[in-house]
Design a binder for this molecule. Structure first.
Ligand code: FES
Ligand SMILES: [Fe+2]
Length: 430
């Protein structure tokens, strides 16, 4: 349970809010590369309570500007791409990708007023098939060298979908392993194919020793990027089944998902406003290029569960198309798509979950630890310190231990040694 003030600190992200100041210290994904191809129209973007426009100038340089012209506020996403920038349709003011005002053609010939104004602009990078922006003060930090950002395109798949709730409660689902055995469960004859155990890196024969119905124990370990969350079940005599997931500061998680082989998915939850956000998937395979099935399973497109423009077909307005006769086959009666289940569970908590009224339990160990970490980071930013996970020194920009996996391990081994062994086995993709 949190106080109202604490809840506001981690859920309110608009300009000038402490939680918003925290999120703005990290590079955030803002659009897919495919949404702004060379020569494409300027793209309106709503993010962190701000109205923005992303565009490529005639030379291919990318800019992210406040969407409202600093003259008298007209929407620049309708503007003309010409003469080295983006030109407002109202009176022709022209801005380059840095927000510098290049021309004010309606002003007197010798006016220097254009040198006295500028359009708010944010640094942008194109990486991993997406655009990322830095919204914070001063120089941008290093772009984090997570493997799912650095891998070659054939090893990587990126997608996004909109979700109608606060970013924080949706991310909490990623490091809440107990929900997987309920919300995502298949029933009846399908039980044998229960996906409650993802079993990435664990063979069918080995998994036969693991009781997927046993409530897992949870342990958390603080790291340089956030939390490593251990989900622990007995795995037969002298063995433990460990599933390791990651909470990454401040708004992502890493899970070993259905991408196949040796890999995982980085999942970002980026606020559009405080009651909605984008859920991003960056799926990577290290041992081999992602095949069709791996891309399909991690994607937010190509499935009847999704509509155009990155939205799920199941939503609150159609009661998530719940079919109660289908509850013989699935726990929810809402089909087999995990993202649809997660959207139902987290959207129905309310646009912003009222955490003053909850009763957190043992299965919420990681959720509670992550909130503490977020609140401490909010305090750090307020105190003028760099928050956890922001990298300024290029030599420190390495994250080999930011990894999610499943493993059957010797129960006598220290868990940190298990993590080390898995890292040594992992292929390198960057
Ligand atoms: S409002 Fe944009 S140029 Fe006047
Ligand atoms: Fe889930």
């Amino acid at each position: 349970m949190l106080t109202k003030e604490q809840n506001d600190l981690i859920t309110r992200t608009g300009p000038g809010t402490p939680g918003g100041d925290l999120l703005r210290r990290y590079w955030q994904p803002i659009a897919l590369s495919s949404e702004l191809p060379p020569g494409g129209a300027p793209l309106p973007i709503d993010l962190l309570g701000e109205e923005l426009v992303l565009f490529r100038d005639e030379r291919g340089r990318v800019g992210l500007l406040d969407r409202h012209c600093c003259h008298r506020g007209t929407d620049l996403s309708y503007g003309r791409l010409e003469d080295g920038g983006l030109r407002c349709l109202y009176h022709g003011w022209l801005y380059d990708v840095t927000g510098k005002c290049l021309e004010q053609p309606a002003e007197p010939k010798h006016s220097t007023f254009k040198d006295k104004v500028c359009q708010t602009a944010y640094p942008v990078l194109e990486r991993a098939g997406a655009f990322f922006a830095y919204f914070g003060p001063g120089a941008a930090p290093e772009f984090p060298a997570y493997d799912f950002f650095m891998a070659a395109p054939e090893y990587l798949h990126q997608s996004k979908v909109s979700v109608g709730c606060n970013y924080m409660q949706a991310n909490e689902g990623n490091y809440d392993p107990a929900h997987v055995g309920f919300l995502h469960r298949t029933e009846g004859e399908n039980r044998a194919a229960n996906r409650a155990l993802h079993r990435v890196g664990v063979s069918d024969a080995e998994a036969a020793h693991v009781d997927s119905g046993e409530p897992p124990r949870l342990e958390v370990e603080a790291t340089a990027f956030g939390l490593r969350v251990y989900q622990i079940r007995s795995g037969g005599p002298g063995r433990e089944y460990l599933r390791v997931t990651i909470f990454g500061m401040p708004n992502f998680a890493v899970i070993s998902g259905p991408q196949g082989g040796d890999g995982h998915i980085g999942i970002w939850h980026v606020p559009i406003d405080d009651g909605s956000h984008w859920r991003w998937h960056f799926a990577v395979r290290r041992d081999a290029p992602l095949d069709h099935d791996g891309r399909y399973a991690t994607s937010h497109t190509n499935s009847p569960e999704y509509e155009a423009e990155y939205t799920l077909r199941r939503k609150s307005t159609n009661r998530y198309l719940q079919d109660r006769t289908d509850m013989q086959a699935t726990f929810t009666g809402m089909g087999h798509n995990f993202n649809a289940h997660d959207a139902f569970a987290t959207e129905s908590q309310g646009a912003i979950q009222d955490r003053t009224r909850e009763n957190t339990a043992a299965s919420d160990t990681a959720v509670v630890a992550a909130r503490r970490m977020m609140l401490a980071a909010v305090d750090d930013v307020r105190a003028g310190k760099e928050p956890l996970g922001v990298v300024r020194d290029p030599t420190q920009n390495r994250f080999v231990d930011l990894i999610s996996f499943d493993v059957l391990a010797d129960a006598a081994l220290d868990r940190r040694d298990v993590v080390r062994q898995v890292i040594e086995r992992c292929a390198v993709v960057s």
